[in-house]
Design a protein around this ligand. Structure first.
Ligand code: HEM
Length: 413
């Protein structure tokens, strides 16, 4: 099969693709599983086995892919100087690092972010979800993302990192900045503004970190600040970088997943009724939402050597867009892939949390937040529907995410 360019009219930023990527994914999976995207100059890889193969092979594929982030923007030097002067220059610790250094940092975070820690937070998640739901107006419409999903996730993140939960609007602002900075074509003035905001975030987290070093407590940030791997402690800059990654990787993603789950319940009242009657089906529902609506739709890897993917030889140093979103609906892996099937065997085999060395550290926490949000909404409201006006929801135009920035629903208890 000859390699193709992007399909006619295709753009990762088009409204059509943002609203419903399924038709383009079907084109890619069936006709051109590997193609060169003209707009980004990157190779796009779509099939489940190819995506999994790349994510598991850290020798041929590196996560150190500076090209993708705005470190190569036209004012990259100025931005670096801003961080050097007023904040801290980013260090490659987790998601932009490769083995063997990655393993060193990862071991430390794995040791601090345990299953027990997530289990211990579970009652707090349920309590916060109930409290937020109780404040949603009855028999009225609400914008669900800002009224429920975002504050729930922000407060849990604050708890994890030992920050003030009342600052959640500030955390939301930081989340937006972290999302926006991924955009490879930012106007210079906006890039300066974002950098100023992110430096403010660095100071806020560094202050919290110093407090935990001086006065350890039971928070994850404290565990990271005081943990040792092979007798060595991390530097303040390294812990700061990890804390920012936890914050960035765990916030917008989980908000997006909760938004997608509730949108599905509003679209399909029969699914909502089923979950209300059979709460044991909630974990299967969550896995299907994660599969069909993966918040991180694509990741990036750089070829460390000429490497063949399917029939295409990807040259050394080329950047590959690894499409989790399409892999999760590959009919070669999942039967009737675009259907939400509560009885799907091995539903958790989706690639929504990645796989291999960088497999998501926060997957259990995200699943717990999602389960709590869904359970609270289906038991708390007998009616959840999309608002009937012309445009009740909107996806955010962030290159790598599938994430509702607005979801207007009407609720009745
Ligand atoms: C539904 C919610 C979430 C989704 C869809 C998601 C998705 C992902 C994916 C796809 C990766 C792999 C990145 C790669 O291979 O380059 C990843 C890694 C990561 N995630 Fe998540 N994530 C979620 C929630 C969370 C939460 C709640 C946290 C922490 C509080 C978190 C922290 C991280 C970190 C630190 C990494 C980097 C791991 C490494 O490089 O070793 N994530 N996540």
């Amino acid at each position: 099969m000859p390699m193709a360019d992007s399909p006619e009219g295709f753009s990762f930023y088009s409204e059509r693709f943002l609203n419903d990527p399924a038709p383009d994914y079907a084109w890619m999976l069936s006709n051109h599983p590997v193609f060169l995207d003209k707009a980004t100059g990157m190779y796009v890889v779509s099939r489940y086995e190819d995506v999994r193969g790349i994510l598991c092979d850290t020798v041929s594929w590196s996560s150190r892919n500076d090209q993708v982030f705005n470190r190569t923007s036209e004012i990259a030097n100025e931005i670096r100087q801003m961080y050097e002067k007023d904040g801290w220059v980013a260090i490659d610790t987790l998601s932009t690092n490769d083995p063997p250094q990655h393993k060193h940092y990862r071991a430390l975070v794995d040791r601090a972010f345990t299953h027990d820690r997530v289990a211990a937070i579970r009652p707090l998640i349920d309590e916060l979800a109930r409290s937020l739901a109780s404040r949603l107006a009855d028999d009225a419409s609400v914008e669900f993302i800002e009224a429920f999903a975002a504050p729930l996730v922000a407060k849990i993140m604050a708890h994890l990192l030992g920050l003030n939960p009342d600052d959640s609007p500030t955390f939301r602002r930081w989340t937006h900045l972290l999302d926006e900075v991924i955009n490879p074509c930012l106007p210079p003035e906006r890039e300066r503004q974002i950098t100023r905001g992110l430096i403010e975030m660095q100071h806020h987290l560094m202050d919290a970190l110093k407090r935990k070093m001086a006065d350890p407590d039971a928070t994850l940030l404290s565990a990271l600040a005081n943990a040792e791997v092979a007798g060595e402690r991390l530097t303040e800059e390294e812990i700061l970088n990890i804390a920012i990654q936890l914050f960035g990787a765990g916030s917008a993603t989980t908000v997006a997943a909760i938004g997608s789950a509730i949108k599905h319940l509003a679209d399909y009242p029969e699914v909502c009724a089923k979950l209300r009657a059979e709460p044991d089906a909630i974990p299967a529902f969550i896995e299907e939402i994660l599969r069909l609506e993966a918040p991180v739709q694509r990741l990036f890897r750089r070829a460390t050597r000429d490497t063949r993917v399917g029939n295409v030889l990807i040259p050394r140093n080329a950047v590959v867009i690894v499409q989790i979103g399409s892999a999760n609906v590959d009919h070669a892996r999942f039967e009737c892939p675009n259907l939400l099937d509560l009885g799907r065997p091995a539903a958790g085999r989706h690639l929504t949390f990645g796989t291999g060395a960088h497999f998501c550290i926060g997957n259990q926490l995200a699943r717990a937040e999602l389960a709590s949000a869904v359970n609270t909404m289906v038991t708390g409201f007998r009616h959840i529907r999309l608002c009937t006006h012309a445009n009740p929801y909107e996806y955010s135009p962030v290159f790598i995410f599938r994430s509702l920035k607005r979801l207007e629903i009407s609720l009745r208890r």
